[in-house]
Design a protein around this ligand. Structure first.
Ligand code: GDP
Ligand code: MG
Length: 389
């Protein structure tokens, strides 16, 4: 090879290397830069009353777009998560009502078929009673309902069984209960929602789902991972938070749950967020232990801000067992609302009636699936319409 050729080849190689380097750097910058997070849709306040002070300047009240850490061009970083946009209220409700009708429809259809028979004889009334009991409505409410239906359909001879059944079921579920979630605080403190219930009921999932709804309504949220019993529980909550850009206050595995709850509310208060959601452990070792632990969590939180809502999460598929557990929890801490989860996997929607009676507290939310947006506010009329199809 002639010397001139070698020089030319060298120059060519250097040039190629330069082009490759530039390409790599540009590639890094481009892939490192994330799409701006979509702004959450704003929605009617299905769940909530307006935030206490929407003007309060806070880190978290800014739209999620600003929550993304800045990326220095060319500096390698693990791919940052793109914030999810929680589903809007309108489509969520349409979707979840269909799912509710899917899981509970057989109950309503069964009742309607029985009530539409030409002759409402004793056998038919017995079948109606069985159908109601199977759906976990409970003995006393079943008897009341059957009595009312008998009177109206047989004695008074009212015409349309569907209309009568609808009215009586709605009355049983009680449309007058206040089912709004208290997610706002007063006097500059955040609303504090404490979530309790046995292991596996769906507490952590529900906290995550509520956070998404609040984010979709442009509210600022902090999560407290006060289930310090298992490290996995903290990670599970952290994942829910990360997906929508909500910060999670956590402690070491085995840390005092009350101290984590305290720090979460402290952090939320300092930042002026709208709502702090506190997840708890569901160990039901014994009643005294549970009372001590939950009582302490609540007391410690209330050194800073009142707990505005205590939600008891109850798995709808657990029937009587779930009710017994619910009673224990409601004795340990003053429950203000019930979240009935896994209604998608159970035809026993009648548990709504029973648990409200047992605890004297309204069902405020229902879980209808494992998806991140499968949580709906409970509404008596909509619920009964889903039953009746
Ligand atoms: N099908 C269904 N599964 C649910 C629902 N809510 C929670 N789960 C599931 O129940 C399991 C336990 O939930 P988790 O939130 O960890 O319960 P925790 O122990 O009370 O915190 C998880 O696999 C959830 O996906 C629901 O409404 N429907
Ligand atoms: Mg949990």
């Amino acid at each position: 090879m002639a010397p001139m050729d070698s020089v030319a080849l060298l120059i060519l190689l250097v040039a190629l290397a330069g082009v490759a380097l530039v390409a790599v750097v540009v590639g890094l910058v481009v892939t490192g830069r994330r799409k701006p997070a979509p702004l959450p849709e704003t929605h009617s306040d299905v769940l909530t009353t307006p935030p206490a002070d929407p003007e309060a300047p806070t880190e978290l009240s800014a739209p999620p777009a600003t929550l993304e850490p800045e990326v220095e061009p060319g500096v390698e970083e693990p791919a940052a998560p793109v914030l999810e946009r929680p589903e809007g209220t309108a489509s969520r409700l349409v979707r979840l009502r269909q799912r509710l009708a899917g899981s509970q429809g057989t109950l309503g259809r069964g009742l309607l078929a029985l009530l539409s028979r030409d002759r409402l004889d004793e056998d038919t009334w017995e079948s109606i009673e069985d159908t109601l009991l199977t759906a976990d409505i409970g003995v006393a409410p079943t008897q009341e309902l059957v009595e009312r239906l008998r009177t109206r359909l047989r004695v008074e001879g009212e015409g349309d069984p569907r209309t009568v059944l609808r009215e009586e079921l709605v009355a049983l579920v009680d449309p007058d209960l206040d089912r709004r979630l208290q997610v706002s605080g007063e006097d500059g403190t955040p609303g504090v929602v404490l979530v309790v219930g046995v292991n596996g009921a769906g507490k952590t999932t529900t906290v995550g789902k509520i956070a998404r709804i609040l984010v979709a309504e442009d509210r600022s949220v902090v999560l407290g991972a006060a289930d310090t019993f298992r490290a996995a529980a903290v990670e599970q909550l952290a994942t829910w938070g990360e997906r929508v850009g909500v910060d999670v206050v956590r402690g070491e595995e085995g840390a005092d749950p009350a101290s984590v709850a305290f720090r979460a509310v402290q952090s939320g208060t300092e930042r002026g967020v709208d709502t702090v959601l506190v997840d708890t452990a569901g160990r039901l070792q014994n009643k005294q232990g549970l009372m001590d632990e939950l009582g302490k969590v609540k007391r410690v939180i209330e050194k800073q801000a009142p707990v505005t809502e205590v939600l008891l999460v109850l798995d709808a598929t657990t029937g009587q067992n779930g009710l017994i557990q619910a009673r224990v929890f409601s004795e340990a801490v003053a429950v203000t609302g019930i979240v009935l989860t896994k209604l998608d996997g159970s035809a026993k929607g009648g548990i709504v009636v029973q648990v409200q009676r047992e605890l004297g507290v309204p069902v405020k939310l229902v879980g209808l699936g494992e998806g991140p947006d499968d949580l709906a506010p409970f509404d008596a009329g909509a619920f009964v319409d889903a039953l009746l199809g």
